[in-house]
Design a protein around this ligand. Structure first.
Ligand code: PMP
Length: 359
């Protein structure tokens, strides 16, 4: 394990073994005499990586054949715009659940394209929980219902996803591949790779094939899901190196025992931290309500600003990196994505206990 414990929110920790394999293969990938970055995206050697990454993701996440997997660019933010450009047409309405800043950003892009409606929001409670009152029985003329499965900044996460009879879309940027989910419930799932999947640069979109057919054809070709689906994500040059690292991360997930094993490890890591917060007699206070706590981003505050700064400084001296909260909310945040080892969480908890004892 590296001496630095990486609690960054994204880009975030990658498995050490993935980095080592990438390093070993950097100048000569698979006997080609060149790096993956230098291969043509139309070559057989690259195609193997591309196809394997797609098939492996389908197998690990149990993605049904009704859905396609696309490797796009532009991050999740690009999907905030691409989704409504494709589906918010013919006077339909895009319904949004607001559970944090990223949901707000998704909504504001959709507002530029067509009619939108907020069905539920926890903004008044500083996004400390997933909205409870979901009026989802009647969503007239819906293009889709959009939600953010994990709120990276506030540290909240959906437990059970709602059953709706309109297309369901989720931004899963910060919890994709962290637990078992029923992909068939969703018409579209999208995620920037830079938390659980790999490095930034590739955006994974899992989308129901039949739904693609209903998309707007009057937008530029590069922005249509259909273009990328038809070309197997090779319409234009894909981010080949990011997809290569993604394939190594998927190998790593399989070596851990698959998504179920990764989920159990994530639960164990999160429980350690939340137990420490809950047993601290109010010294550490979690931002998220208990029922909405995220297993990916653990957000908490200390009694005052001075102690927070001291905490972050001392943590940094011990090699713990990235524990500061998002600039919009302050406090602390430990992002404990798949590749953050249990030992890193144990060391953080030990430090938190010692720090409390001294202060
Ligand atoms: N959605 C969520 C939940 C995120 O955490 C982030 C990035 N932190 C984004 C969207 C934006 O992603 P990107 O930077 O890939 O556009």
């Amino acid at each position: 394990m590296s001496k630095v414990l990486n609690f960054n929110a994204g880009p975030a920790a990658l498995p050490r073994s993935v980095l080592e394999q990438a390093q070993a293969e950097l100048v000569d990938f698979n006997g080609t005499g060149m790096s993956v970055m230098e291969l043509s995206h139309r070559s057989g050697a690259y195609d193997e990586v591309h196809v394997q990454a797609k098939e492996q993701l389908k197998s690990i996440m149990n993605i049904p054949d009704t859905h396609d997997v696309l490797f796009l660019q532009g991050g999740a933010s690009h999907q905030f715009a691409m989704l409504p450009m494709n589906f918010l047409h013919s006077n339909k309405v895009g319904y949004y659940v607001l559970s944090g800043s990223w949901s707000e950003k998704a909504l504001s892009e959709a507002e530029k394209i067509g009619d939108t409606k907020v069905v539920a929001s926890s903004k008044e409670d500083t996004y400390s929980h997933i909205p409870k009152e979901l009026a989802l029985d009647s969503l007239p003329n819906a293009a889709y219902l959009h939600l953010t499965s994990n709120n990276t900044i506030f540290g909240t996460q959906w437990g059970n996803f709602p059953d709706v009879n309109v297309p369901l879309v989720a931004d899963m940027s910060s919890d994709i591949l962290s637990k078992e989910i029923d992909v068939s419930k969703f018409d579209c799932i999208y995620a920037g790779a830079q938390k659980n999947l790999g490095p930034s640069g590739v955006t994974v979109v899992i989308i129901r094939k039949d739904w693609i057919k209903e998309a707007n054809k009057a937008i530029p070709k590069i922005l249509q899901y259909e273009t990328h689906a038809k070309a197997n994500s090779l319409y234009n040059t894909p981010p080949t190196f990011s997809i290569y690292i993604l394939s190594l991360v998927l190998n790593w997930v399989e070596a851990q025992g698959g998504i179920g094993a990764v989920q159990r490890m994530n639960e164990q890591k999160a429980n350690l931290l939340y137990d420490c917060i809950d047993s601290s007699e109010g010294f550490y206070k979690g931002h998220a309500s208990k029922e909405s706590r995220s297993n990916m981003n653990v957000t908490f505050t200390l009694p005052n600003k001075e102690l927070t700064e001291k905490f972050l400084k001392e943590a940094k001296e011990l090699g713990m990196s990235g524990l500061n909260g998002h600039r919009s909310v302050g406090g602390c945040r430990a992002s404990i994505y798949n590749a953050v080892p249990l030992e890193a969480c144990e060391q953080l908890v030990e430090f938190m206990k010692i720090f409390k004892g001294k202060n």
